[in-house]
Design a protein. Structure first.
Length: 215
């Protein structure tokens, strides 16, 4: 190998190393921005999970239904069926509000929203997911999980994540999963974002209503 070739190879190696470092820095920054905020609150009461995403309107104020976004929230309690738009009730959770993405927005923050309520706590793992049902992606979305203190009636935020998005229709993301112990208490350090798909369509059969399909 002559001297010029050697220097060229060294320069190429330096470029690769710099590119690798930049990719790693970008990955760390992305993870730090999007990972859920760890809870410092005790979880021992009813919970709600709320997702919100912005209203998409044209400059003249009308809604172009080809450009709306519909996110869905899903929750699975221990040993229970998942709850979401197509399966709205279970033994421990209920879908309280389903937004189709083109619903008229009445909230002061001008955002669409969905809400699932977890009525009681049983031992085992709770999984909270987000699904991209349809429309334009990526569209930024926020989620917050709150708990009502049974003694004081105060509402506390236990997990939250802001300004993230899913890439395309059909994507499903585990927002957070954690465990509740035999005493109905949150197990500190049990939270994880390890992915678990829970989107659920009830199977057809005698006495089973057909799955809900959104318009």
């Amino acid at each position: 190998m002559n001297k010029s070739t050697a220097f060229a190879w060294i320069d190429f190696q330096n470029v690769l190393i710099c590119a690798f470092v930049l990719v790693m820095v970008a990955a760390v920054l992305a993870m730090s921005k999007t990972k859920p905020i760890p809870t410092t609150q005790a979880i021992d009461g009813p919970m709600t999970v709320i997702i919100k995403w912005p209203e998409l309107r044209e400059p003249d104020g009308h809604i172009d239904y080809a450009k709306t976004t519909d996110y869905d929230v899903w929750v699975q309690c221990p040993k229970d069926i998942p709850v979401g738009y197509s399966s709205t009730q279970s033994a421990h959770a209920s879908l309280m509000h389903d937004d189709l993405g083109h619903d008229y927005v009445t909230q002061a923050d001008r955002k669409h929203w969905e809400k699932i309520s977890v009525r009681d706590l049983v031992p085992g793992e709770y999984v909270f997911n987000l699904q991209a049902y349809g429309g334009l992606f990526p569209t930024p979305v926020d989620y917050v999980i709150q708990m009502r203190d049974m003694e004081t009636g105060e509402t506390k935020t236990v997990f939250e994540r802001h300004d993230f998005s899913l890439g395309k229709k059909g994507d499903e993301l585990t927002l957070i999963r954690f465990r509740i112990d035999e005493n109905g208490k949150y197990v500190p350090g049990s939270e994880s974002t390890l992915q678990k798909k829970i989107f659920h369509l009830p199977p057809p059969g005698p006495g089973v209503a057909p799955p809900k399909v959104k318009p």
